[in-house]
Design a protein around this ligand. Structure first.
Ligand SMILES: CC(=O)SCCNC(=O)CCNC(=O)[C@H](O)C(C)(C)COP(=O)(O)OP(=O)(O)OC[C@H]1O[C@@H](n2cnc3c(N)ncnc32)[C@H](O)[C@@H]1OP(=O)(O)O
Ligand SMILES: CC(C)C(=O)C(=O)O
Length: 537
């Protein structure tokens, strides 16, 4: 039997980026887009062109960069949005305008303040408007799963008549169950007379943890485009996870006899790049890409695996790009083995990047007997967190104990110059970050701090993530070291450098703080402290 072709529409850079903590700057979006093209997604939604100049610029840049993937921009059902979307994608080899309008009574009445008739007329008019600009137009009926089914069928029929090539039926709030998806898509496929003129798409959110199950149900009922994101990132509880959807189809091809363009061996590489860029790791238990997804811990499982891996493994790690190796890395290893291992782990490095990282690896190997894969992953992710280099750590000394106030003396480098400050705090980390703040003379508050061991042993690497805020944006940083104070200072400097970098501050690379920080209480050093420190009155 010939398999039906399904199309994967990736929205990591649009719906995915709407999730707090996942903002990316222009360079980061381009890197991610290139990897998504290597992964083999059919359509890449690069952003929402009218949302901001930063979004417009990144949709335009991605349109220029991609070689064969369809590039889409989202737009409301408004001429000005559609114009912006078209301006941004028109340089793409294969551009798509994606326009949407909500169709549920709830959204029509309270949000759009429109009647069903007006919304239908608007949808038709805007699809025609977009079709005058471009052949490839997708229309989404936002909140489709809570839309009256008769009305939904009418809108689908009319927007196809107006020229939509793809009609998307999103489960915008993650309310549907697989049975609902079967009913909705099945009804549309059976009842809409011109359905053969368009592709039906599903776009499922994960509020009830059903996004992937719902997408699969939609595909089984006749949809042929599934919209999803790497690691399932997205608005609220996220979107359907691309890797789960594709591996579900691949592993259960008996249930889902579809062909697709995705190269599953690129999955881990894509997920790792997302972590490198955003600093957010998938939950260890996350299917396919979590650190434990292919780990077998208990005796009975290990025994079964040794007899036949099929006993406890429904897919191989290799099928998603995790490569096993017999190479053991340590201080006697050379650059070739080092780069080979990183490639096996799913990282592609530039020449310069590989050289710098190898030097860091050698330093680490001096401190640590065996370098594990997790150590290597931490090193790469730390090195590639695209922070500009403004301030660098020269040295630090801390004095701390349970019967005293901690003090830290930190020396930073900026270009050729060195700057030193001493500060006190309730603990050595706090004291060190205050010393950094005194040196850089730019107040910030610590919004989030987390420390975890990368490996199990006594000489484990400590990995620190911080988020800092200066009242204009929130900036993240990561630091890795065998010394947790050093890791804390390094993570703080990575965030500080992002904060001070004009190309990042104030645009998409920064996150808007949810509440403006209270400078007097929250800043590591307050304005009045600052005056004293500088000798002001
Ligand atoms: C389900 C989804 O994921 S939808 C995509 C969500 N993504 C985003 O919102 C991206 C970021 N958004 C933005 O930057 C801004 O919201 C903008 C630039 C799009 C619009 O900003 P503003 O003009 O300030 O409007 P604001 O966001 O406050 O309100 C939305 C307006 O769009 C209208 N609107 C919402 N959806 C649509 C639509 N599909 N078609 C036409 N109008 C719409 C609302 O009714 C409201 O109109 P009003 O200003 O006349 O009351
Ligand atoms: C705009 C559409 C596609 C969407 O993101 C949703 O409904 O969730």
């Amino acid at each position: 039997m010939e398999k039906d072709r399904i199309y994967i529409f990736d929205t990591t850079l649009r719906d995915g980026e709407q999730a707090p903590g996942y903002s990316m700057n222009l360079d980061e979006k381009i890197r991610m887009a290139l990897q998504l093209e290597a992964l083999g997604v059919d359509i890449l939604e690069a952003g929402f062109a009218i949302a901001s100049p930063g979004d417009f610029a990144s949709v335009q840049a991605i349109s220029r960069e991609l070689k064969h993937t369809v590039v889409a921009s989202l737009s409301r059902a408004l001429e000005k949005d559609i114009d912006a979307a078209w301006e941004a994608v028109k340089l793409a080899k294969r551009p798509r305008i994606h326009t949407f309008l909500a169709t549920s009574d709830l959204h029509l009445q309270y949000k759009l303040k429109m009647s069903r008739e007006d919304a239908l007329a608007k949808a038709k008019a805007m699809v025609s408007y977009a079709r005058n600009l471009n052949d490839d137009v997708e229309f989404s009926l936002e909140d489709a799963t809570r839309t009256d089914l008769d009305y939904l069928c009418k809108v689908v029929e009319e927007v196809i008549k107006a020229g939509a090539k793809v009609v998307n039926l999103p489960d915008t709030v993650g309310y549907a169950t697989p049975d609902d998806m079967t009913r909705m898509v099945g009804t549309v496929m059976n009842r809409v007379p011109n359905i053969d003129k368009a592709i039906i798409a599903v776009h499922c959110h994960n509020d009830l943890g059903l996004a992937v199950a719902n997408s699969l149900a939609g595909l089984k009922a006749g949809a042929r485009q599934a919209e999803c994101t790497v690691c399932g990132i997205g608005e609220r509880a996220g979107n359907a996870a691309l890797e789960e959807l594709i591996m579900g189809i691949r592993t259960r091809s008996d249930e889902y006899p579809f062909s697709y363009n995705v190269k599953t061996e690129e999955i881990i590489r894509s997920s790792r790049l997302l972590t490198q860029i955003t600093g957010v790791k998938p939950n260890p238990s996350k299917a396919i890409v979590g650190a434990n997804a292919f780990a077998h811990e208990s005796g009975i499982h290990q025994h079964g695996m040794m007899a036949n891996s099929l006993t406890y493994e429904i897919m191989t790690p290799e099928s998603v790009g995790v490569m096993n190796t017999s190479l053991v890395l340590g201080k006697h290893s050379g650059q070739h083995a080092f780069e080979k291992r990183l490639a096996d782990l799913g990282y592609t490095l530039g020449k310069e990047e590989a050289k710098n990282l190898f030097a860091e690896f050698k330093n680490l190997a001096d401190r640590k007997k065996t370098i594990t894969d997790r150590d290597l992953i931490a090193l790469v992710e730390n090195a590639s967190q695209s922070s500009p280099v403004i301030w660098e750590l020269e040295s630090f000394v801390v004095n701390s104990g349970n019967m005293m106030t901690s003090t830290a003396c930190v020396t930073l480098r900026k270009g050729e110059k060195k700057f030193q400050e001493v500060a006190c705090g309730t603990g050595p980390v706090y004291a060190s970050l205050r010393a950094v703040e005194k040196i850089i003379r730019h107040p910030f508050s610590l919004e989030d701090y987390s420390l975890q061991a990368v490996t199990e042993h006594r000489d484990a690497l400590g990995e620190v993530f911080v988020k800092i805020s200066d009242g204009h944006g929130i900036y993240r940083g990561r630091g890795v070291s065998t010394d947790v104070i050093e890791a804390s200072i390094l993570s703080c400097l990575a965030a500080v450098n992002r904060m001070l970098d004009e190309t990042v501050a104030g645009q998409t690379g920064s996150l808007k703080p949810t509440t403006p920080p209270n400078f007097d209480n929250d800043m590591l050093s307050t304005h009045s402290d600052k005056k004293k420190e500088r000798g002001d009155a």
